[in-house]
Design a protein around this ligand. Structure first.
Ligand SMILES: Cc1cc2nc3c(=O)[nH]c(=O)nc-3n(C[C@H](O)[C@H](O)[C@H](O)COP(=O)(O)OP(=O)(O)OC[C@H]3O[C@@H](n4cnc5c(N)ncnc54)[C@H](O)[C@@H]3O)c2cc1C
Length: 460
């Protein structure tokens, strides 16, 4: 489907526009279908975004906004007849203000660029994820990203003090407050956070900052069960200074450490459930000392099966590489089915065991790989399906989603709905909530032009 006559000519008056070979030369990111629209607009200012949206509205052209294209739920997939609005050119990072505790950034700035700017004044945006080099603040806001620090600093929703966005009719909402406490009626920015680009284009954000710890030490710890890992998490949290707690089941560590050329990480620590604990300190030695003391107490209490504290930066990086190179599972098992769920911590052990039983009951010799953000009970699950086995999405969904809603968990933790979880949301989402979301989407985007066919299809 071609874009309407005159649309491209008008668009080229607004900003750089790419099509054909120029689009083919662009990196589609995580999903090969992201650039399927074949036409990409690259605005460099809020005014240009506003003009683009007005043009799209006038010509009835659907818009798919892109940040770093690292999204894992197919929310950025586009099709011919649509326009991709790539926010890479709006990447300015303001000066962090350590006194007010905030930083103003454009939506296309990468998380890494923001982290580096904050580091210079001893602060952090309080959020981190492995895709930091490409993921943008606008994309992270639109997927309400979580990551490794969410158990203590919250998810993206809690990091945003203020927002500027162009709404579907071209209205600019400029709500760049620099304070946490604002009670001025309905807080519309929260509608855009996690909306996956269906209620407007985020152009700028005011982010809340946290103090940056001076040093940190990391331990790879092993437990006999997820229940012991959860007990250890609470003990470490109470001891103070816990920065990260990333859980990896044994099968994951075995696959990824081999794939990364770091087999020594898998053999360094025994136990079925491994956890990377990172603890803060005034210096590396101080952090190591705190970590050692906590691990000793866990050993005395009979909770810890094994542990190794990284002795230098290199070993620390090796441990984290095994946690962050999770795509190695997908390369090793290309037919894998991925999931991103949250489980209340009191149910984590039972859920993990029952999930293993259900996956063992699937046709073929399916294999389970699980990692996650322990403090949030957020599990990233891959059901690895051998090439000669056939497992339907429905069978896999049932194995993963069983009991989650009843126990107060979620079928979609931090990656969003996109195209990937539409059926799951239709099946498990609360009808009342979907009804209200439908009304909001219709009111703000009556033409249904913002990221159509994704989660909006359920809510329009
Ligand atoms: C190796 C790896 C590790 C990851 N780890 C984590 C993790 O720990 N936690 C986590 O939460 N996620 C994680 N992710 C997922 C991903 O990084 C996040 O979803 C990220 O927030 C997406 O940002 P992006 O800029 O790449 O957005 P994109 O992928 O470009 O877009 C994602 C969605 O946001 C919309 N969007 C993008 N920019 C805007 C904008 N300015 N205005 C309106 N809508 C917009 C798009 O239309 C789409 O719906 C990981 C991904 C990878 C590849």
């Amino acid at each position: 489907m071609a874009l309407p006559d005159g649309f491209i000519i008008a668009l080229e008056q607004v900003c750089e526009v790419r099509s054909g070979e120029a689009v083919a030369a662009m990196d589609p990111g995580v999903d090969a279908g992201n650039l399927g629209a074949g036409v990409v607009a690259l605005p460099t200012s809020t005014g240009q975004v506003q003009s683009i949206i007005k043009l799209c509205s006038a010509h009835g052209v659907p818009v798919v906004t892109h940040g770093g294209r690292t999204g894992l739920a197919q929310a950025g997939v586009s099709a011919p007849g649509q326009l991709v609005v790539d926010m890479a050119g709006m990447n300015r990072v303001g000066a962090p203000d350590p006194t007010a505790g905030c930083i103003e950034v454009e939506a296309g700035a990468t998380l890494h660029a923001v982290q580096e700017a904050c580091k210079a004044v001893g602060r952090t945006p309080g959020i981190d994820l492995a895709a930091r080099g490409s993921a943008t603040i606008g994309g992270m806001i639109s997927t309400n990203a979580g990551g490794m620090e969410a158990f203590r600093c919250g998810v993206m929703r809690h990091r945003v003090l203020g927002l500027e966005a162009v709404l579907p009719d071209g209205t600019v909402m400029s709500d760049l407050t620099r304070v946490t406490k604002v009670n001025e009626g309905l807080d519309i920015k929260h509608l855009l956070i996690g909306a996956e680009g269906r209620l407007g284009i985020v152009t700028r954000a005011m982010l809340k900052l946290e103090p940056l710890e001076q040093a940190a030490a990391t331990a790879l710890t092993g437990f006999a069960s997820a229940a012991d890992a959860v007990t250890a998490f609470h003990a470490m949290r109470s001891a103070g200074g816990l920065l990260r707690a990333e859980v990896m089941w044994r099968a994951y560590v075995d696959i990824v450490s081999q794939a990364c050329g770091l087999p020594e990480v898998a053999t360094a620590c025994s136990g079925d459930v491994l956890v990377l604990f990172e603890v803060a300190g005034g210096s590396f030695e101080d952090a190591q000392g705190r970590l050692e003391a906590s691990l000793e107490r866990l050993t005395e209490d009979g909770i810890l099966a094994d542990a190794i504290i990284a002795q230098n930066v290199r070993q620390q990086q090796d441990f984290w590489r095994v946690r962050e190179d999770s795509f190695a599972v997908e390369s090793t098992w290309p037919n894998g089915l991925w999931y991103d769920v949250t489980v209340p911590l009191d149910q984590l052990d039972a859920y993990a065991r029952e999930l293993q039983d259900r996956v063992s009951g699937l046709p073929g010799e399916c294999f389970l790989s699980v990692i996650g953000h322990l403090g949030d009970g957020n599990l990233h699950i891959t059901i690895c399906v051998p090439a000669d086995a056939t497992v339907s999405k429905k069978q896999a969904d049932e194995a993963v989603f069983e009991g989650l809603k009843q126990m107060g968990g979620s079928i979609s933790a931090e990656h969003g709905i996109g195209l990937e979880k539409m059926a799951a949301l239709a099946c498990h989402g609360d009808p009342g909530r979907l009804f209200a979301a439908r009304l909001v989407a219709r009111a703000l985007d009556p033409l249904g032009l913002m990221n159509p066919g994704k989660v909006q299809a359920l809510t329009s």
